[in-house]
Design a protein. Structure first.
Length: 107
């Protein structure tokens, strides 16, 4: 389990703004047991490793409904870069919203 006292975060890292960035940061925080993740914080520098990376990718697939490759995490290990990749894969020019887990209303 990652060390919750990890201090490798950038002090000046901007906070996530879009719904995509906020959801990615939330998922990263849950996996790494960190309360606050900045846009430019690096998953691996925060204590992430390949096994947690596989879990992250699975959670991102579930949350956003897109097929993102594990390789993407190694190429884009920050909230900002992962969010941009998720938006690209979703075909959205605007930041995408997470897939809702609430049941669909019956017709």
């Amino acid at each position: 389990m990652p060390d919750p006292t990890n201090t490798l975060q950038d002090e000046a890292s901007a906070l996530p703004l879009t719904s995509t960035e906020q959801r990615v940061a939330e998922i990263l925080g849950e996996l790494l047991n960190l309360e606050e993740i900045g846009l430019d914080d690096n998953f691996f520098m925060l204590g992430g490793h390949s096994l947690l990376g596989a879990q992250l990718i699975a959670r991102l697939r579930d949350a956003f409904g897109v097929d993102i490759a594990l390789r993407s995490l190694f190429e884009a290990p920050t909230v900002a870069a992962l969010s941009a990749e998720l938006d690209r894969l979703a075909g959205n020019e605007e930041p995408c919203l997470p897939v809702s887990s609430s049941p669909k209303p019956e017709s």
